[in-house]
Design a protein around this ligand. Sequence first.
Ligand code: 5AD
Ligand code: SF4
Length: 478
Amino acid sequence: MLEFTHTTKEHDEARQGEALLLEKEPAKSNGRKLYIESYGCQMNFSDSEIVASILLDNGFETTKNYNEADVVFINTCSIRENAEQRVRNRLKEFEFAKKNNPGMIVGVLGCMAERLKAKFLEEEKLVDVVVGPDAYRDLPNLIAQVDDGARSVNVLLSREETYADISPVRLNTNGITAFISIMRGCDNMCSFCVVPFTRGRERSRDPESIVKEAQDLFNEGYREVTLLGQNVDSYKYTAAVAEGEEPQKAVSFSDLLARVAEVNPLLRIRFSTSHPKDITDEVLYTMGKYANICKYIHLPVQSGSSRVLDLMNRTYDRDWYINRVDAINRIIPGCGISTDIITGFCTETEEEHQETLSMMDYVKYDYAFMFAYSERPGTLAAKRFEDDIPEDIKKRRLTEVVAKQRIHSLERLQNFVGKTQRILIEGFSKRSDKDYAGRNDQNAMAVFPVNAAYKVGDYVQVYIDSCTSATLIGRIVD
Ligand code: 5AD
Ligand code: SF4
């Protein structure tokens, strides 16, 4: 999962049109403007789209300039200490804006809100509203409380909330790729991780609403959806039935993938995140069966050492992980694999760090998100183990992991050179509007000269001439 920020696009006419296509009542403007900024994982970005939808329905417009906003929301992440530090720094900048605009409401949403709860109001004087990830339906009410002169908090976690009926307003969209949240929360108790505490128990969203959202997106011109969940392989939905009726068979992740893939062969499907303990051969066969399910799996390993994996409470060991990678390569030859790695977890020895490096050599990941361990208050690891690896050693191990990954990423990209790849044109290259940019099945980014016969949203065959460490360079061939 990436940590990055983005800001919202202005809610212009075209986007109101989209909202209508999503069968939303056109909201009557209340003349107030919302600015929302997101940190952390894709799930958080997806949640911001739900928040925007809820407020739009209550008459708000969105703005990309926080200085002119009436309500400023920051959707926060707690995964590592530095993610929280960035939010604190950002709040200082909002303090400045609030001095010029004293009526401005500042709200903290997401994981950090859930972790710190009302303490946030004590620590950060400018914050008016604190709202956890399961309480967004209450936002209009919480804003009304602030209008009445109070500061408000709702950090209740829910066992049911999936926002299934809310059609997210697509923020910062290229109009081609979108995220669909399929489940919320997490029941795994990885000892390093704050997520089970900030996002609550795992629950799956009604598959009908997921398929409908995918269909609506396709009808609007979108050509790729990424199904999001903390652990998509444990997706399981059992429809409620009236008393006396036969219970229906539960829908598994593999079933769901197939149903979304059947929306249209021109709609590409991606998903994230897979858990090594739960990813089944059935899912892999479903991926193999449908050409429009992208051959790419994000499979966080965290560590290559069985002892460290045990301390992390990952519930698999090195051999199990290797078995899953072998199954992927056997059932879906050429499948892209990416991962997450933590260096310097409590008590990790040099030999165990070497096992992580050798795991990387075994899998040859296409891509990796790599982090030095950061102790999070309240987690199992914080309670049970001492954070005993000195910072400089964590960093040195991280540097080694990053250096190795760089070599592997380049090797994996070089494998595509001299081959023709099917690319979905997502837009123009950041560097030049004379080039298109888009990704292949394995999620590798390609740039290639614009060809007037094809437009954004089309699939094209691109011959790959060369690559840099991060991008394929090619040209459209017929
Ligand atoms: N310290 C460092 N990295 C962490 N991650 C989760 N918690 C921590 C932590 N306390 C990483 C894991 C996870 C990714 C989203 O963030 O690798 O898969
Ligand atoms: Fe996402 Fe985890 Fe950060 Fe919450 S703490 S925003 S779930 S990465």
